[in-house]
Design a protein around this ligand. Structure first.
Ligand SMILES: Nc1nc2c(ncn2[C@@H]2O[C@H](COP(=O)(O)OP(=O)(O)OP(=O)(O)O)[C@@H](O)[C@H]2O)c(=O)[nH]1
Length: 319
């Protein structure tokens, strides 16, 4: 995960947040403390990911506090070390900590690290009375911290596997599965924002001949060049995919000035300047259709765009 992605806004973390909620509830209760927290840090500040449910204090899930505020967890972000404050009222360092003003005078917290070694945030317990914890309490919090770190590793792996499952290895574009999964979301988005959408179908001309005459590597090069061309010509939020050997599709959001023929023209112009090894031109046939606003079967739409592409290919080869 990126350091700026808040976990509470991420689909990947949904089921885990419930488990973490249970973890902080149990941790606070087992340590006889007023509150338990898991906190995430990012450049924007410290966000409460989960707060124990039986607590009488201010910070709840989603609250963000900037680094200009002298919270206990901020100290851990700076030092990346565990922190135990028995009674903050006895140390002037904490005089401006609003948690102390809220009556939370004792704190025990540990850093939580991401699998890459970066700091994710903290796990902590706070109490309204000074504490003098038996050494088993820090061990307990550490154990809960270890569980959260293992969860983060699993979440990371799941995310990577999901990405692999929807990505075409050779080009880095989406594969057919990824395209179909995202196309529906994109279709909904287009309807919500009142934008038209076009479906493009691209196919390399005579790839078999390129493979046979120049070599398979030149064929691979053509495929990769086509993928890069799509990235160059389309916007970041358009969805490009390789759905077969030399077959590519793109779902593009069309603005008023950027009509479907204009997009196709831009791509044709781009590819007309692309050369493969030995100076052979990269020839690409492109067909496009407008995507109806109503809910549609994407396989049918792909067939229609494919037919459009073949019409273009036949015309190109004929003339
Ligand atoms: N180098 C390379 N070739 C591939 C890859 N995937 C598919 N192909 C080849 O692409 C060729 C596609 O052949 P066809 O569908 O007949 O199309 P074409 O030769 O491009 O002819 P037209 O599309 O009619 O212009 C086949 O020979 C496949 O073996 C790949 O990943 N790398």
């Amino acid at each position: 995960m990126s350091q700026t992605e808040w976990v509470i806004n991420s689909d990947h973390f949904g089921p885990w947040l419930k488990k973490w909620q249970h973890t902080v509830n149990v941790m606070a209760e087992a340590c006889h403390c007023s509150a338990g927290y898991i906190v995430q840090c990012s450049s924007d500040g410290l966000m409460t990911v989960v707060a124990s449910e039986k607590q009488a204090i201010k910070y709840g899930t989603g609250d963000v506090v900037g680094y200009d505020i002298n919270l206990y967890c901020k100290k851990i972000v700076e030092t990346k070390d565990p922190l135990y404050v028995r009674d903050a009222r006895k140390d002037t360092f904490w005089a401006d900590n609003p948690e102390v003003a809220d009556g939370l005078v004792s704190y025990l917290g540990m850093p939580i690290f991401l699998p890459c070694g970066d700091l994710f945030g903290t796990i902590c317990i706070l109490n309204e009375e000074p504490t003098n914890f038996d050494p088993i309490y820090p061990k307990l919090v550490e154990q809960f911290r270890n569980i959260v770190e293992s969860d983060l590793e699993l979440i990371q792996r799941n995310k990577e596997l999901e990405e692999i499952a929807i990505t075409d290895e050779m080009t880095g574009l989406y594969n057919r599965r990824g395209f179909k999964a995202l196309a529906h979301q994109q279709h909904k988005l287009a309807r919500r924002i009142g934008c038209s959408m076009g479906l493009l179908y691209l196919d390399i001309d005579d790839l078999k001949e390129i493979n046979d005459v120049i070599g398979h590597e030149a064929g691979d090069e053509a495929i990769i060049q086509l993928a890069r061309g799509m990235e160059e010509c389309l916007r970041d939020n358009d969805i490009s995919a390789r759905i077969g050997g030399d077959e590519f599709v793109a779902l593009v959001l069309l603005s008023e000035i950027d009509t479907l023929p204009a997009v196709i023209q831009r791509m044709n112009l781009y590819f007309s300047h692309q050369l493969l090894s030995l100076g052979r031109p990269l020839k690409v046939s492109i067909g496009g259709i407008l995507v109806p606003e109503v809910e549609m079967d994407f396989d049918q739409l792909l067939d229609s765009a494919d037919q459009e592409m073949y019409r273009t290919k036949r015309a190109r080869k004929a003339g």
